[in-house]
Design a protein around this ligand. Structure first.
Ligand SMILES: C[S@@+](CC[C@H](N)C(=O)[O-])C[C@H]1O[C@@H](n2cnc3c(N)ncnc32)[C@H](O)[C@@H]1O
Length: 233
């Protein structure tokens, strides 16, 4: 399945770009992400849109030998780099090509899902499909932590992002939180951090969850009854 989002093909340069754009603060940012995600030994984790695998490899160190970490990304080039990095680090992280909107795992698999700097690649409709997919693959009581760029600004980083083909997220934090709630998540909260311009959101699958609350609108629903009749005849 092809994704409708824009994904990154210049994987070989990705880590260098992140180091430059974060002005060397990437390790601290990753540490904060794992702390806010509350990664624990023995957990089963999924990093969606894992890119070159930096966060997933660090998460595995926290999840320990009894933990299990998977990373999926739409870009085969990113997955190739991630696999090489995990091998080099001796980290048992399982990477595969896979889409946020069509997650290649059965229901009720993971304790925690992470999504770091991926949401701004996606149109809102795809975000909705993806949140429903994450909700499906999380266990009851499982949690989601997302981090992405906050509201658009005229800052230097915004302009740099545009240069590298990144548009700022269409949705603001409140809209993302509403999408998560629509997908079934509860206890959805924006978490404050020292990173201005980055928005962390945490959400939980309740233990007594009701499944299947989201259905993607059919393309037919945009047609008027008259147009439907014309097609039917
Ligand atoms: C800016 S990178 C972030 C990578 C990594 N999570 C990080 O924090 O460095 C965004 C990643 O999302 C991936 N991506 C974009 N659309 C996707 C989709 N629909 N499903 C899965 N991955 C996607 C891109 O290929 C890219 O690797």
């Amino acid at each position: 399945m092809e994704t409708r989002s824009s994904y990154i093909k210049w994987a070989r340069f990705y880590d260098v770009v992140v180091t430059l754009m974060s002005l060397g603060r990437e390790p601290a940012f990753r540490k904060t992400t794992l702390e806010l995600g509350e990664v624990r030994p023995g957990q089963k984790l999924l990093d969606v849109g894992c890119g070159t695998g930096t966060l997933a490899i660090l998460a595995k160190a926290k999840a320990g030998p009894d933990g299990e970490v998977h990373g999926i990304d739409a870009s085969p080039e990113m997955i190739e780099v991630a696999c090489r990095k995990a091998d080099k680090a001796g980290a048992d992280v399982r990477f595969q090509v896979g889409l946020f909107e069509d997650i290649p795992f059965p229901d009720d698999q993971f304790d925690l899902a992470l999504s770091s700097l991926m949401l701004h690649h996606l149109p809102d409709e795809l975000k909705r499909e993806g949140f429903a997919e994450i909700y499906r693959v999380l266990k009851p009581g499982g949690r989601l932590l997302t981090v992405d760029f906050g509201a658009p600004s005229n800052s230097l980083i915004s302009h740099l992002m545009l240069l590298f083909g990144h548009s700022r997220t269409q949705s603001n934090v409140q809209e993302l939180m509403t999408m998560m709630e629509d997908a079934g998540f509860r206890e959805v909260e924006a978490v404050q951090s020292k990173y201005r311009g980055l928005a962390f959101i945490r959400a939980t699958v309740m233990s007594n969850r009701v499944k299947g609350t989201y259905t993607a609108p059919s393309p037919w629903s945009k047609l008027s009854p008259k147009a439907m009749m014309r097609i039917a005849i």
